[in-house]
Ligand binder design. Sequence first.
Ligand SMILES: *Cc1c(COP(=O)(O)O)cnc(C)c1O
Length: 369
Amino acid sequence: MSAYRARAVVDLAAISANIKLIQSTCSVPVMAVVKADAYGHGLIPVAKAAISAGATWLGVALPEEAIALRKAGITAPILAWLASPGAPFNELIAHDIDIAIPSIAIFTEVLAAANALKKKARIHIEVDTGMSRGGFRDEWNTFLERSDLRDVEVIGIFSHFARADEADSDFNLQQKKRFAEMVTELGARGISPQIQHLANSAAALQDQDARMGMVRIGIAMYGLSPDYERMGSSKSLKLQPAMCLEARLHLVKVVDAGSSVGYGSGAQTTRKTKLGVVAMGYADGIPRMAKNAGIFIDGKRAPLIGRVSMDQFVVDLGPDATVKGGEWVCIFGNGDSGGYTADDWAAAVSSINYEIVTRIGPRVPRIYK
Ligand SMILES: *Cc1c(COP(=O)(O)O)cnc(C)c1O
């Protein structure tokens, strides 16, 4: 796809630096979480960069993400934690992909697929320690009774924090306590997985007790703060945002004061000004309801005006702007020279930076530097 209109420029050196920083902070093996097309940054190039930088594991949600990594020749251990009933378990097992087991139904399917292949499945038992999302809770005691737990290779046991960004929340203590109990209960059945893992980026960065045998790092490896308000900006965490989203100005025009802009006449100009039409819209992941965000060009911010359309949005460049159609503008980046960041766009729609980067659509080419 040609990048004549829009591009997400991904700095793989930033990803590498972020992984090295996390590794030296945590001193335990790092699983690079590359689900959702590596948070929108591009699955294969990011996975390769992460491994070169020292990550020893890759984590994904879906089976097809894991299989794509294997098909690209990646041999590092991979965990897929959202292989739902009906997933291609035989393919996962054939490709030596580790599978998260959160329920007896899924365990049963994995066993059947493994038996058919005459191969032992590699599993990580997922336990629900309080989030009430994935993992064993009500079925836990029944699962522990299963004698066929011996027919699989139990590589890991893991859980996930609900409130890792809130460093002093008692909920984290409760989850760690419950995790330790469940590890002990499994141990009492003679099963002691090599790797116990609990921490996502937020926990890895601020809770030494949560790091255990491995940390699962997503957002921080992309250089973004897990929680801007509670943990501070990328910069304060010494992380380097890896993605710079850019688009071309489709055209620039002068309009009078009182001109209505966009669908529903969502905004009115208050002065005679120059508007820039940016060739990206909500089909590309620009949030339709964004307010107080915009672009950066010529050393200045130009705010959004009116509603974002499917393929384009309008910015107020100001009456004195000298920029012309065809110039590249920055929608978000590392903010170093004063431009908007993914955190600014997230704040503009009461969301989080995770959503901003993962929603950049497939029409936007990823360019690597
Ligand atoms: C997405 C995910 C992670 C990574 O979380 P970040 O906050 O991006 O570091 C870790 N573990 C699991 C189970 C996840 O789903």
